[in-house]
Structures are given as C-alpha cells and as structure tokens.
Design a protein. Structure first.
Length: 252
C-alpha cells in the first residue's frame, strides 16, 4: 500500500467533512440555536451521545472512502483500465461541464435503489439501522454509516471510473457537492423558501424536510439530490408537502 497517498486521501476527505459539517453545526446548533430553534424541522435537538456516535462513525467512513481512490487511481495495475483522464482537452470543455449533472443523476439513481435495498428488513437490521439511530439527524450524520454501508456507498466512485470519462476536476466537484448536499439533508433545518416543494423545478429537488422525514419515520423519501425516483416509484411520502408547508408557515 502506498501509505503516503493513503494519508493524503484520508486527510483530504477528512478536511472536506469537517470543513463543511462543522460550520453548519456550529452555526445552527450553537450560535443560532436559540434564535432559530422554532424553525427546526423536529423541534427537539439530538443528545450529545448522538453527536458523538455520528462523528465516530463518520470518521470511520472517511477512512473507508479513502480506499477506492487509492486502489483505482494509484495502482499501476488498475488505473490503466479505468476511464480516468488527465488532460481536459481529451474530451473538451463541453463534456467537462456536462459530466457534472450526469454524475449527479447517476449517483442519485444508484443511491435511490441502493437505499431501498438497505431497507429490506434483514439488511436494514445489520447494516442501515446504524444510520437510522439518528432519528433526529444533525450535520454530523452525513457520513455516519455502518462500515459495510460505507463500502457500498463508496462504490459509486468505482462505477464512475468504469463507465464515463472522469477528470480529477469531476471527482473533486462531485465529492464536495455530494457532501454539501448530504450535510444539508441532515441539517435539521430547511434552507429552501416557502413554496419550493411545489415549484415547477423545486418539486423535483430533494429537501432537508424530505430526508428528515425519512429519518423520523424510516419509510419513504429515499432519494438523495432529487425526488424523481421517489415520484416515479410512488415512494414520496404523502405528507411531504404538508410537512414542508407547515414548517414554512411557523411563526416564533
């Protein structure tokens, strides 16, 4: 194993996680806690033990997430067989930009079906239940997975590198955006404005309310970035719109 590369990837993933999750937590759960408590999706706040568990397992996930890029990009045996490319001119600027939404669509599709599979009773009990111990999630829950779930989550990296041409710019952008949206989904506060859930575009975008409902009730709202698959498969909770509207209609 190339330990120097592994340490680099590990620190890079850790930096992203803590530099994105920590400010969100400090702002909403410490600095503005009293001022914004009435806007919290679930009025109560998690316990210290919940934050501790989330951080411990997120840290373990970060270690696991560092392995696929190490094996795929720093192995002379594997890398030549991947679709990774180094010069942006190889596929042009149009593809460089177009690949971003494509990656999000691919990840959303993978996540939806993987997530639904995780909810089969036997699989849920042994793997996904750990993530659902955060019934009232905080930003720290973004990577709080059972080790086996972290491995499964990390496979999207492998899928990318064997299906579509990807540049280091794509991978950096993807991991930052996916983490940002993961932190937002577990934030416990809704950042989108009133009416967003029924807007012609907004109704297809997943929200913190949607994912919070999934953690609270353990059923429905399986998507990550979008509600497309939930709407197509009839798994969007019927009380999603009312929950979003009720939250946005609250007054102090």
């Amino acid at each position: 194993m190339k330990w120097d590369k592994f340490i680099y990837l590990l620190l890079d993933n850790a930096d992203k996680y803590f530099l994105i999750a920590a400010p969100a937590f400090i702002l909403f759960y410490i600095i503005l806690r009293k001022k914004l408590s009435w806007q919290k999706i679930q009025i109560r706040f998690p316990k210290i033990s919940d934050y501790t568990r989330e951080i411990i397992f997120s840290t373990l996930s970060i270690i696991i997430f560092s392995v696929p890029p190490l094996l795929m990009l720093y192995s002379d045996r594997i890398r030549p067989h991947t679709t990774f490319y180094e010069k942006t001119c190889e596929y042009g600027v149009v593809y460089l930009v177009a690949a971003f939404p494509l990656m999000l669509l691919m990840h959303d599709t993978y996540f939806y079906w993987m997530h639904r599979l995780m909810h089969f009773p036997k699989i849920f009990k042994w793997i996904h239940l750990l993530h659902h111990k955060s019934t009232d999630p905080s930003p720290w829950a973004a990577y709080s997975f059972h080790p086996l779930e972290a491995v499964i989550e990390s496979l999207i990296f492998v899928i990318f590198l064997f299906t579509i041409p990807v540049h280091s710019i794509h991978l950096t952008f993807f991991f930052v955006i996916s983490l940002v949206y993961n932190v937002y989904g577990h934030l416990g506060f809704e950042l989108y404005p009133k009416g967003f859930n029924k807007h012609w575009l907004g109704k297809w975008i997943n929200t913190s309310v949607s994912h919070n409902q999934h953690h609270q009730y353990f059923k429905g709202n399986y998507g990550l970035y979008f509600t497309v698959w939930d709407r197509l498969m009839g798994t969007l909770r019927k009380d999603y719109d009312s929950a979003f509207e009720d939250l946005k209609s609250r007054t102090e």
